[in-house]
Design a protein around this ligand. Structure first.
Ligand code: SAM
Ligand code: SF4
Length: 365
């Protein structure tokens, strides 16, 4: 039996084990790791895939993250803000198509108008779906009070990526000012947990200067923070960003970033077992079969975009973001085919809560 096989037999892997697995180069060993991750998914989640209908509601952002296409200082952005009616129309489409859950994402804004807008919107989303649509928010760093207000009117999951658990790497991705602070991000994750949200985080993979040791530390960070859902994907250059310009010819190859992205999904599944893990759009951005491969490597969540056609192209986080010209129906049909091809089953009309979160709730009773 080779070393990989021995490690995969263990009940609980050590950091050294994770490092050996992530550094594995032989194609058949990598394949074995993906197969093991799929087995762990079957044992803990089943072959079930849950959809979150993703609505990108606006691209105005007060932040200036050095990697992101909708950063404050990108003067080429054409701004958009979906109206309440447009968002509700998309939410209704999602609900009527049996997706039990939506995710609202946007650039970061903390102004009172925005906080009130989201609060009222959440009330309306619950109304139009007879209280049935589950809502995930991904609206950046907010105060405890804001997170609580949104939770109290029906948001129950929140996705806030740590981007990298290594503070030094985080600092290379952001301007050095109080608005971009690694500690604040961690505090936000703790606030979200305290309020009662299912908490999601994740990292970008294949960042300049990032090692496999850093990536393994990211998985240990998910464990330490008791994270319920993971959304992580490869870093992709955007030409109109400082990092996109600086690292144009220096990022690791597309193939390597896809492989690392898949290995991270697989190792997170093997190590944490019962969390929800998304196969992200960024993975598909680098490999047309990226999301299918993500499901095979242990992911169980897909987030088809339901942003209205007119605005999709303006939410360009990175070069060649996929699905920009698809409409919501086309992206759903495409995903339906992908999931079936993998041998997984799409679960409609079910929130698809993270089993990890559900178990914790049961223990509290
Ligand atoms: N503004 C909120 C925030 O930052 O949490 C939510 C929206 S933000 C666009 C969502 C995620 O997009 C970020 O957490 C980041 O990981 C990802 N992202 C942004 N630019 C990216 C890039 N160039 N490559 C890969 N992912 C990127
Ligand atoms: Fe704004 Fe989020 Fe992009 Fe940073 S990653 S610039 S916070 S939208």
């Amino acid at each position: 039996m080779n070393n990989i096989e021995e490690i995969l037999k263990k009940k609980k892997l050590t950091k050294e084990d994770l490092l050996i697995l992530i550094n594995t180069e032989k194609a058949e060993d990598i394949d074995r790791i993906y197969r093991k991750a799929y087995e762990v998914k079957l044992e803990n989640i089943g072959n079930k895939v849950y959809y979150r209908g993703l609505i990108e509601i606006g691209n105005k952002c007060i932040k200036n993250c050095l990697y992101c296409g909708i950063r404050r200082e990108n003067k080429k952005i054409e701004f958009f803000e979906m109206t309440r009616e447009e968002i509700l129309e998309s939410a209704k489409w999602i609900y009527e198509n049996g997706f039990a859950s939506i995710a609202l994402q946007a650039g970061e804004r903390k102004d009172e108008d925005f906080v009130n807008f989201i609060e009222e919107l959440l009330i309306d989303i619950k109304k139009i779906s007879n209280n049935k649509l589950g809502v995930t928010l991904s609206l950046g760093e907010q105060t405890y009070e804001t997170y609580k207000r949104w939770y109290d009117v029906g948001a129950h999951r929140y996705l806030l990526r740590i981007e990298s658990s290594n503070k030094d790497i985080y600092n290379t991705l952001h301007p050095s000012d109080p608005l971009h602070n690694h500690d604040t991000r961690i505090e936000c994750l703790m606030d979200l947990r305290k309020i009662g949200y299912q908490v999601g985080t994740g990292v970008m993979i294949g960042l300049p200067g990032q090692t496999t040791n850093d990536l393994v530390d990211d998985i240990l960070f998910y464990e330490k923070m008791d994270i319920d859902m993971i959304g992580m994907g490869p870093y992709i250059l955007h030409d109109d960003t400082p990092m996109g310009i600086k690292y144009k010819n220096e990022v690791i190859s597309v193939e390597k970033r896809v492989e690392l992205g898949l290995k991270m999904i697989a190792l997170t599944r093997i190590y944490l077992k019962d969390v929800n893990i998304a196969a992200t759009t960024a993975l598909q951005g680098l490999d047309p079969m990226g999301r299918e491969k993500g499901l095979k490597a242990g992911a169980n969540i897909l987030m088809p975009t339901a942003t209205i056609e007119e605005h999709k192209a303006k939410y360009q986080l990175y070069n060649d973001k996929p699905g920009i010209s698809d409409n919501a129906r086309e992206s759903k049909e495409y995903l339906d085919r992908s999931v079936k091809a993998v041998g997984d089953q799409i679960i409609y009309d079910d929130w698809g809560d993270s089993p990890h979160f559900r178990k914790k709730k049961m223990e509290e009773i």
